[in-house]
Write a protein that binds this ligand. Structure first.
Ligand SMILES: Nc1nc2c(ncn2[C@@H]2O[C@H](COP(=O)(O)OP(=O)(O)OP(=O)(O)O)[C@@H](O)[C@H]2O)c(=O)[nH]1
Ligand SMILES: [Mg+2]
Length: 705
């Protein structure tokens, strides 16, 4: 057996004969050594034609074979990873080489060096000797990864996570209220849900279910998508009087994309115009075939308001949960998903999370995204302190440091604050690297753009006969000056946002993304979750922005400061009111337009020519007012046939000898224009318009508003 320290030697030796192992073919010479250029030319000339066979110079060709790192005492397992081949396939090759290898493979012992080389060759790869197995990447060493599946003997049944989804106002929160005997819907601002809520409910038969209530309003699509992703079962609420609507369809799609089974609750069956069958049939169009129509999707008709048929819905949910056979372990490190996060005055960063494995206790050290936490307080949905939270339990946890975890982030427990901090700084570093890479790409793009721009400007100068001179000074700066002047008058709306929770901030930003109007610029100066501070007021003052607060209190001290600094603060707790306000603010910044409103009509009875002192003849239109009111300061139009003879102000209006400011229906009035050259004819039509200024409306219609 050749020992591995001889491996390099063997390799070198084998290269001479075996291109399979060596990989790169150096070269082959045909017949003669090459001639110098001089001697060949001379020979060619002398003999008139070439007699030599052309030398085939074969350049060193780089092997295209994959290089595989091998090392002393490599095992079959390691070799299959290095070769990136199936372990069984490699086993077969090694056993074919020598039956004894089977024992080495089963005991995970090192394979003989010679067989290693042969195996590598048989997979058409090129071996490269390295000192040892590759070290784990720093990412694997530092970062926290979810644990592998728990052993079967640790698994215990856990409560199902049921997400309630559906169109706005179809009764999701009322249904949850009915199931848990609460009054959430009654206390909601604007009668709509704007947060994702997590509730643990004890159903009949002592079974617990964790409900996630999602908003139905169009603005909260991301929250709905997250709700579906975090669910075991989705309850699709469809109002029997309204049927399948836009957000019902979206909810179905989110549930299907997340691969989560549905249970349909046809709600509001107490309503006189309820038509549960119609609702069920329209679900067919979206591939939801309920049991009553021969499908396999459970469907229960309920009235959340009257608590009708709720036991049947509970039964359906528990049945579905049993089918799914949901299990987890209470042991080991905690893993959970962040449902919502916020900044609470006096408490700091707080997250609602749903435990998925392990048992969460006070003082546990957690990492989620780029934040970490030593659990300071832990409360349930009623605000009651809890000591423990096991799988399927939602809790609110305070004690977060660094960033605010984002909803949907995966949380993992770690053993020490030191480790948590290391993980967080590693992740922050990774984020920065990713950002730097994307920034670099953007810079590179910019550089190419600048180059293109430069060549264009250079060509522009060349076309004008200028071969020298700065393109920057001669083209760009000039252009910028012009653009600046044009730009300076553009209407702008600058905004700063502070919201109660991350989810609403995300919804607001998504709404702002839909703003495409060019009539008024919309500039987002800053946005953050948490109560406003003095800095926000200062920033608003500096930038001339309006500070928008969503679902947040404005401390009296800040109110006084804002008043002193003349900073506008707008306060909302219902999303559609906030959007209304934004649209208003944008519209107010648009220049007003004038519209002409017809206020009277008449016709010319006769033209009079009157001589004035300068002996100039002044044509006067003798007009009968057919209807309306001729105000002197209105716009007058004289129309003959299809053409407008005159449009504009009049010089004077007289009734008899009296100068008048207006003339009413059925009265005659003499009208003089400043332009004495305009003549009138009998039956010329006269239209009188009042100028009205109207404010423009912004052309922005975010979906759902
Ligand atoms: N008649 C009748 N009204 C209902 C029923 N369920 C809900 N409602 C009413 O429907 C309205 C909307 O109810 P919510 O529970 O707030 O609806 P939601 O689906 O949670 O609304 P969002 O969360 O904003 O999407 C309220 O006025 C409820 O009283 C029901 O079974 N029957
Ligand atoms: Mg609701």
């Amino acid at each position: 057996m050749i020992k591995l320290f001889n491996l390099t030697k063997t390799l070198r030796a084998s290269c001479t004969f075996s291109p399979l192992i060596r990989g790169d073919v150096v070269g082959l010479f045909k017949v003669c050594p090459p001639l110098t250029t001089f001697s060949r030319n001379y020979a060619d000339k002398k003999r008139g034609k070439r007699k030599f066979v052309e030398v085939a110079v074969v350049k060193p060709t780089k092997s295209t074979k994959k290089v595989v790192d091998i090392w002393k005492d490599i095992t079959a397992n390691e070799l299959s990873t290095a070769l990136e081949v199936d372990f069984d396939e490699l086993t077969e090759v090694l056993v074919n080489l020598d039956k004894k290898n089977l024992d080495l493979i089963s005991d995970n012992r090192p394979i003989d060096d010679y067989h290693v080389l042969q195996a590598v060759a048989s997979f058409s790869c090129k071996p490269r000797m390295v000192n040892g197995p590759p070290r784990k990447s720093s990412e694997e060493q530092v970062d926290l990864k979810p644990q592998s599946d728990p052993p079967a003997n640790e698994l215990e049944r856990r409560p199902p996570v049921v997400t309630i989804m559906g169109h706005v106002d179809h009764g999701k929160t009322t249904l949850l209220d009915a199931l848990r005997n609460s009054q959430i819907a009654a206390g909601e601002f604007g009668g709509i849900t704007q947060h994702i809520g997590a509730f643990s409910v004890q159903l009949t038969k002592g079974r617990k279910v964790t409900f996630l209530d999602t908003p139905g309003h169009a603005a909260f699509a991301s929250m709905r998508a997250r709700g579906a992703r975090g669910a075991d079962i989705v309850v699709l609420v469809v109002a029997a009087d309204d049927g399948v609507k836009e957000q019902t369809v979206q909810s179905i799609k989110f549930a299907q994309a997340a691969g989560v089974p549905l249970v349909v609750a046809v709600n509001k069956i107490d309503k006189p115009n309820a038509d549960p069958m119609r609702a069920k049939r329209s679900l067919l169009e979206h591939d939801i075939v309920v049991e009553q129509l021969g499908g396999d999707v459970q469907c229960v008709e309920v009235s959340a308001l009257q608590s009708r048929n709720l036991p049947a819905l509970q039964e359906a949910l528990l049945l579905q949960a049993d089918v799914l056979d949901l299990k987890s372990t209470k042991k080991g490190a905690v893993e959970a998903v962040i449902i919502e996060s916020s900044v609470v005055h006096g408490i700091g960063k707080v997250c609602t999370l749903l435990v998925s494995r392990g048992t969460l206790r006070k003082n546990a050290v957690l990492v989620a995204g780029t934040s970490w936490c030593r659990v300071k307080t832990m409360v349930d949905e009623h605000g009651k302190n809890v000591q423990e939270a096991d799988p399927g339990t939602p809790v609110r946890v305070s004690g977060w440091r660094e960033d605010l975890p984002a909803p949907g982030d995966w949380l993992i427990q770690t053993d020490s604050v030191d480790r948590a901090q290391k993980v967080v700084s590693f992740r922050q570093e990774q984020k920065m690297k990713e950002k730097a890479a994307s920034d670099w790409e953007a810079t590179e793009e910019d550089r190419l753009k600048t180059r293109e721009e430069y060549l264009k400007n250079r060509q522009f100068l060349l076309n004008r006969g200028q071969r020298y001179g700065s393109t920057l000074r001669n083209v760009v700066h000039k252009q910028n000056r012009i653009e600046k002047e044009v730009d300076s008058g553009d209407p702008k709306l600058r905004l700063i946002f502070r919201t109660d929770v991350e989810g609403t901030l995300e919804a607001i930003l998504e709404i702002l993304e839909t703003y495409k109007s060019e009539k008024c610029q919309l500039q987002l100066v800053d946005f953050e979750v948490g109560p406003p501070t003095e800095k926000d007021v200062e920033l608003a003052k500096e930038t001339g922005a309006i500070l928008y607060l969503f679902n947040l209190m404005l401390p009296p001290k800040l109110r006084a400061l804002a008043e002193k600094e003349s900073v506008r603060i707008e306060h909302f707790n219902v999303i559609y009111r906030l959007v209304e306000s934004l649209k208003n603010e944008l519209s107010l910044r648009l220049p007003s337009e004038t519209e002409l409103h017809l206020v009277g009509e008449g016709h010319v009875l006769k033209e009079f020519l009157i001589s004035d002192r300068a002996r100039k003849r002044q044509p006067i239109a003798g007009v009968l007012v057919n209807w309306g009111n001729f105000e002197k300061n209105c716009i007058f139009k004289f129309i003959r046939g299809d053409s407008v003879v005159y449009e504009g102000a009049v010089e004077s209006m007289k009734q008899g000898l009296e100068v008048v400011a207006n003339a009413k229906t059925n009265t005659e009035v003499g009208i003089a224009l400043a332009d004495k050259n305009i003549r009138f004819k009998e039956d010329d039509q006269v239209e009188v318009y009042e100028k009205r200024t109207v404010t423009q409306q912004i052309d922005w219609f975010p979906p759902g508003f």
